[in-house]
Design a protein around this ligand. Structure first.
Ligand code: MOS
Length: 768
């Protein structure tokens, strides 16, 4: 059951305060990277591999260089440092040297006086190449006779989980369900394409401004490629127009390209992608192949689950090993299952490298396990809701990595609230009862979500925050994590204001800049509120030890009186009527020469993962979610209308409820796109529809009137003010919930994403 604890912070955290960036974004004053200009600035464009797998014999830039206004053309030989974009493995050259392994891979850079000229000249760079045998399907790539893309076996990384005794588990089962569920690419679809501005300093330093999620990933890559010490490179995040994982690792490439051009020419260089090259060369959600087998007793008790999970990684490893790990740890759903085996592989193919996209390997497995749970319920003759409710994890249960959940397991509370909100019991009927040309159906899906990087990424899981209280009582905050539209800036300022007792409108966040705070890990994996939030609270604790004695004195309180804060004032516990304003306390601190700046730090402790068994306390904490939807299907055209959408999450504490609701709605919409619309077609390594004309994403016209968010707050003792992460979970469950609802309406099961109308019509005709 929910444990109700009284929050210690109440003044600023938990309120739907206006976003810090609302005014500049809504008035159009916000400056994105392409809005920046510099005197003497040059523009770069990228020359790309025209085919999926080539051996490069030569690059002929004479025609391009002959154009008036073209300054230079750079190839692999011009890279001053290591020609590798450093990330998990060092397999991805900054500029292709002898071979290129996917269509769109960068081979050369053209620098010119204008962008148009740079792009025109890029088309004039002639590549002399021969085509090599290529492989496009991960299952083919795993075969012995396949062309080689990576290593000896085309496998970037494998993981396994061995929990319990699989054979015994299936022997105990009365009913077994086993099927394969596949999913397609998904493109992040950020409105602002990738872009960077690199500016060389007279002293040999380099500053790079750009659209990015992870300043320190970019710093590591730029410093390595350009052979510069970290102290000579500054990465500054400009206001970022969406990212969703798509600006996690690949901005390192764009920044290193721009940096190379700037360093070589000695002039500022801007590199902005157009939409088509962004589609062709930047990371995407991995196509997934999941074979899943569940065993259950007659009463619905799950006894075993076996998962084979394959991700199509594309030509270079980028983040695939880590994406695979998250999927592996979540492969069987939020259920208490004693015996679970998982075998997972990230596989190389001659296609655009896949990487991070909100959910990070989980949407593919959740699609499989939540579809399979529905099918299993059918075989058992149970309501899909009853099967889930019976097996949902509770306190004391073990995850598939054998992690015992000892604190805040809101799975059941969320589930019950969601089914009540959608009125499941009254509305649900089996498919056999449905008739007519338009049929309605209900679908549900649930998940467990490990917050943060987890055991496999623990070497990166820390964060710093710099807090400076100025003498007028305003506060400057700097953190290493970024805001890319999700609202981190606002939420983190709320936490800082709460911790210091400062008025919210007096606290401001600096633009992320690698010279301000040490590496705080990437802004990913729903970790920012927890990581940077805790680092800020650590800094607040240090400052409060200095401020509180001064406040006590001003309030004429006893030396032991506890200082509390509300509405930008300090008061002694038990005497709320006698107050002193924050600014007044700070003025006194300055008069006393108290040190008013400090650094806070937080790091994750205690996560474990044994590579041999796949067992361990994989994550610090988990967010619990359930999504229920109601759809209407046109039986003739297969068209699906989403009538109702209820998305519930136990997130510990909503620091800003309205922003949390926005995250839930935005993620839900991206999940609806993943489930019903978004269909990137890649034929023999060639993208067929690399634009928003051919690649269809949902708009408001495709959505129900309301996306209903349910927030459950079972506080986490390790979270800032009790909070856990929320960024990724809202996307994960839309697709399986929709497919389950479509099954409920039509009586046909689609096991390949996206669930396009033609698949529904064909399934009806074939009687699948
Ligand atoms: Mo996120 S997909 O972990 O950037």
């Amino acid at each position: 059951m929910a444990r109700k604890t009284k929050p210690t912070y109440l003044s600023v955290v938990g309120r739907s305060l206006p976003r810090k960036d609302a005014r500049e974004k809504t008035t159009g004053q916000a400056k994105f990277v392409d809005d920046y200009t510099r005197e003497d600035m040059l523009h770069a464009a990228t020359v790309r591999s025209p085919r999926p797998h080539i051996r490069i014999r030569g690059v002929d830039a004479r025609e391009a260089l002959a154009l008036d206004g073209v300054v230079a053309v750079y190839t692999a030989g011009d890279v001053p440092g290591v020609n590798q974009v450093h990330l998990v493995y060092d397999d991805y050259p900054l500029l292709a040297d002898k071979t290129a392994k996917f269509m769109g891979q960068a081979v050369a850079l053209v620098v010119a006086e204008t962008r148009e000229l740079a792009k025109r000249a890029a088309k004039l760079v002639r590549l002399d190449y021969e085509e090599l045998p290529a492989v496009y399907d991960p299952l083919e790539a795993m075969k012995k006779k396949s062309p080689t893309v990576y290593g000896e076996d085309n496998i970037f990384k494998s993981f396994k989980i061995r929990k319990g005794n699989l054979k015994q588990g299936f022997a105990q089962a009365d009913v077994i369900h086993e099927k394969i569920y596949t999913s397609n690419y998904q493109v992040q679809g950020y409105i602002e394409t990738q872009g960077m501005l690199a500016e060389p300093g007279a002293d040999g330093s380099l500053t790079i401004y750009g659209s990015l999620q992870c300043p320190n990933y970019v710093l590591d890559a730029v410093a390595g490629c350009l052979a510069l010490p970290h102290s000579r490179v500054r990465i500054v995040q400009t206001i970022t127009g969406g990212a969703f994982g798509g600006k996690e690792d690949v901005p390192s490439i764009v920044a290193s390209h721009a940096g190379l051009c700037a360093l070589k020419t000695g002039r500022p260089v801007k590199l902005i992608y157009d939409r088509e090259e962004d589609f062709q060369s930047m990371s995407k959600r991995h196509p997934g192949w999941v074979s899943i087998k569940y065993g259950a007793k007659k009463d619905g008790t799950l006894t075993a689950c076996q998962v084979k999970y394959i991700l199509d990684g594309g030509a270079f490893a980028t983040l695939s090993p880590i994406v695979l790990w998250r999927g592996t740890c979540h492969a069987a759903g939020p259920y208490d299952i004693p015996n679970v085996w998982v075998d997972a592989h990230a596989v190389a193919t001659n296609k655009v490298p896949c990487g991070a996209f909100r959910g990070f390997g989980q949407p593919q497995v959740a699609w499989a396990n939540e579809s399979a749970m529905d099918e299993l319920s059918g075989k058992l003759g149970m309501d899909p809701l009853a099967l889930r409710r019976k097996n949902l994890m509770e306190l004391g249960d073990r995850t598939i990595t054998n992690h015992v959940i000892r604190e805040n397991c809101g799975a059941a509370e969320v589930f019950d609230q969601v089914i009540k909100a959608i009125d499941w019991d009254k509305k649900w009927a089996p498919p056999a009862k449905k008739t007519g040309a338009l049929r309605r159906g209900l679908g549900i899906a649930s998940s467990i979500y490990g917050v943060g990087l987890g055991a496999f990424g623990k070497h990166l899981d820390r964060a710093s925050a710099h807090l400076q209280v100025n003498k007028d009582g305003s506060v400057t905050v700097a953190v290493g994590n970024t805001d890319m539209g999700q609202g981190a800036q606002t939420v983190l300022v709320q936490i800082a204001a709460e911790g210091l007792g400062a008025p919210y409108d007096q606290v401001e966040m600096m633009a992320p800049d690698t010279s301000r705070v040490p590496d705080s890990g990437p802004t990913v994996a729903s970790r920012t509120t927890v990581m940077s939030g805790n680092a800020i609270l650590d800094a607040c604790r240090i400052l409060r030890e200095r401020i509180d004695p001064v406040a006590r004195e001003l309030l004429e309180a006893t030396p032991k009186a506890r200082m509390l804060t509300a509405d930008g004032s300090y008061y002694a516990e038990g005497s709320p009527r006698k107050k002193v304003a924050f600014a007044e306390v700070i003025a006194k601190c300055y008069a006393r020469r108290v040190n008013m700046a400090t650094q806070g730090y937080y790091r994750v402790e205690g996560t474990t993962f044994d590579l041999e068994t796949g067992l361990g306390d994989a994550y610090q904490t988990y967010t619990w979610s359930t999504v229920a939807v109601e759809v209407e299907v046109d039986m003739e055209t297969g068209e699906v209308t989403v009538l109702d959408f209820v998305s519930g999450h136990d997130i510990g504490k909503a620091v800003n409820p309205q922003l949390a609701e926005g995250q839930i709605q935005g993620g839900g919409v991206q999940g609806i796109g993943y489930g019903l619309f978004e269909n990137l077609i890649v034929k023999d390594g060639v993208l067929v529809n690399p634009s928003f004309t051919g690649y269809i994403m949902p708009t408001t016209m495709d959505l129900p009137a309301e996306l209903r968010a349910i927030i459950v707050e079972q506080p986490w003792s390790g979270g800032p003010c009790g909070a856990r992460g929320l960024g990724e979970p809202p996307l994960i469950l839309s697709a399986p919930a929709l497919a389950n609802a479509i099954y409920n309406a039509v009586g046909r099961r689609i096991r390949d994403l996206p669930v396009l109308p033609e698949k529904i019509v064909l399934a009806r005709e074939r009687g699948d």
